[in-house]
Design a protein around this ligand. Structure first.
Ligand SMILES: Nc1ncnc2c1ncn2[C@@H]1O[C@H](COP(=O)(O)OP(=O)(O)OP(=O)(O)O)[C@@H](O)[C@H]1O
Ligand SMILES: [Mg+2]
Length: 253
């Protein structure tokens, strides 16, 4: 059984059919890319699967269980984490505090409330801090641990978001344009980091305009155009698909 099954998924915003009747499956352990021109519906698809939007039609199943319409919190606890195309970092907090937010998101809210009344919170916070520091090391940001986020370079903030998502201990991570706005050296660093995340056993779903990175990392690729599924397959299959060449690669090459 696939880890994620999406069937006939649609969302309409008034007259805008942002995602239309899209179906695909993602097996556990792979890197799956979603590509398509600006406005194709990639971020909207992520928003649907991560609980930001409720579908107008269609089914989303994680491990066979329907998750369509569940909240981002609930999905985080089921192992679904994400980063955002437009950074969502708390700029007045330190880097490590931002990562600890991710860890808090995965804990049961009521348990956390209860924990606040007991001295053991100190030990738990120390544990979460150690865990967060380990993740900062994993993404190559340990030297920024106590820096305020607003004092960090943009490229580092992109990786900080990945660390925060990893703090949720996800099975499935959605990365929305992790290399957008990065220089070639930073792009290679993110490419290597995504590979490391996948090698750690987390299933990766990637939206990215950098085709070199997409082709290098992905086991399978979904191509969206005007909210619809245009093609799906391996990098080779997608690259050779005449519809893709006409609608997307042709227009961008
Ligand atoms: N909340 C919303 N309300 C109305 N329209 C929306 C909303 N969210 C997305 N859309 C529309 O849905 C379409 C798809 O947008 P989306 O952001 O998913 O594209 P994208 O493929 O991520 O593009 P990009 O590559 O530029 O990030 C666009 O026409 C957009 O204007
Ligand atoms: Mg987008």
């Amino acid at each position: 059984m696939a880890l994620l099954d999406v069937t006939n998924l649609s969302i309409h915003f008034g007259g805008v059919k942002a995602v239309q009747d899209v179906s695909f499956s993602i097996d556990a352990g792979i890197v799956y890319a979603v590509i398509g021109p600006n406005g194709a519906g990639k971020t909207t698809l992520f928003n649907l699967i991560t609980g930001v939007y409720k579908p107008t039609h269609g089914e989303i199943r994680l491990d066979g269980e329907s998750i369509g319409g569940k909240s981002p919190d609930e999905l985080a606890r089921r192992g679904v984490a994400r980063t955002f195309q437009n950074l969502q970092i708390c700029m007045n907090m330190s880097a490590i505090e931002n990562v600890m937010v991710g860890a808090h998101l995965r804990l049961d809210r009521n348990l956390l409330k209860a924990a606040l009344r007991f001295p053991s919170i100190t030990r738990r916070d120390a544990e979460l801090r150690a865990e967060a520091l380990e993740l900062m090391r994993f993404v190559g940001l340990d030297k920024f641990a106590d820096s305020r986020a607003d004092a960090m370079p943009y490229g580092a903030l992109k990786r900080l978001e990945i660390a925060r998502a990893l703090a949720m201990k996800p099975r499935l991570i959605f990365l929305d344009e992790p290399a957008a706005g990065l220089n070639p050296k930073e792009t290679i660093e993110v490419d290597e980091l995504v590979r490391k995340v996948a090698d750690s056993g987390i299933t990766v779903v990637l939206v990215e305009h950098d085709m070199k990175m997409v082709m290098n990392l992905s086991d399978r690729i979904l191509v969206l155009d005007y909210g619809k599924k245009l093609a799906e397959g391996t990098g080779e299959e997608v690259r050779r698909n005449p519809d893709v060449i006409a609608a997307y690669l042709g227009g961008h090459a």
